[in-house]
Design a protein around this ligand. Structure first.
Ligand SMILES: NC(=O)c1ccc[n+]([C@@H]2O[C@H](COP(=O)([O-])OP(=O)(O)OC[C@H]3O[C@@H](n4cnc5c(N)ncnc54)[C@H](O)[C@@H]3O)[C@@H](O)[C@H]2O)c1
Length: 247
């Protein structure tokens, strides 16, 4: 078991990539806190996991809520070794100058401010023992597509903030890495495509050299490697899990 004895907080883990990460981390021995806005989904996921997994309803964009959940994880697990900033959202796909201000603000709050919130709350509990952050970026930050400009920008911020965190937190033995998925065949894809049609889906799929969408298991396997001791010298990396999309 590659994460035996470790405690992990995984955001947006009620479904999608986060759920896949929670399942794989728990399988590998970690105690997991499943964080999500969707309380019912978080409870269901936590109940399905071994090693006393916890469910916690929170909005990752709110500092007070993030401080409370990190405190709870630290008290109940006695430690926090891994924080996976996975919760994310997009604005509806479309012309960049027609995106609503409220959507712009929401996307930056959920995708970017959450990293600030978890740094403020998480670094103090990790700095004695060390630990790691895994932030979910995107191939959209490296090879942006039209129609989701502001979302692409949030993921660019995730990549550079992660590198900044990596270099600054290295003296505390806190590693910070990014997993950058290519599109998965899931609800987020539907919202960013603008128009969901078999033709649009095929166009997305065909732009991935290995010829398929990403799955929660693909992303979880990459996150597992980065969280494990096998990656103990890896920090500031952006691991593209993209079937070659960013080449
Ligand atoms: N799906 C893709 O094609 C794709 C591609 C590249 C990167 N990503 C990134 O991967 C991550 C996960 O995406 P997914 O496809 O699994 O998404 P998803 O929509 O299937 O799941 C996201 C989960 O996050 C939760 N969530 C959303 N906002 C939250 C908030 N403010 N606080 C707490 N929880 C919140 C949702 O309730 C949901 O359970 C995101 O950061 C996304 O940007 C996704």
């Amino acid at each position: 078991m590659r994460l035996k004895g470790k405690a992990a907080i995984i955001t947006g883990a009620a479904q999608g990539f986060g759920a896949g990460i929670a399942q794989v981390f728990a399988r590998e021995g970690a105690r997991v806190m499943v964080v999500d806005l969707n309380e019912e989904g978080a409870v269901k996921m936590a109940e399905s996991l071994p090693h006393q997994a916890l469910a916690h309803k929170a909005n990752v964009a709110k500092l007070a809520e993030v401080k409370a959940l990190v405190k709870r994880a630290n008290e109940e697990f006695g430690r926090v070794d891994i924080i996976v900033n996975n919760a994310g959202t997009s604005h509806p796909g479309g012309a960049l100058h027609r995106v609503k201000e409220a959507d712009f603000d929401r996307v930056f709050a959920v995708n970017v401010k959450s990293l600030y919130n978890f740094a403020v709350a998480g670094v103090p509990v990790m700095e004695e023992r060390g630990g790691c952050f895994i932030n979910i970026g995107s191939s959209a930050a490296i090879r942006p597509r039209p129609g989701i400009a502001w979302y692409n920008g949030t993921k660019g911020a995730v990549h550079i903030i992660s590198k900044s965190m990596a270099v600054e937190l290295a003296p505390y033995k806190i590693r910070v890495n990014v997993v950058a998925p290519v599109a998965g065949d899931n609800p987020l894809l539907t919202s960013v495509m603008g128009q969901d049609s078999p033709e649009n889906r095929e166009q997305y799929r065909a732009s991935i050299p290995l010829g398929r969408f990403s799955t929660p298991r693909d992303i979880a396997n990459a996150a597992l490697f980065l969280a494990s001791d096998e990656a103990s010298l890896i920090t500031g990396a952006v691991l593209e899990v993209d079937g070659g999309r960013c080449i």
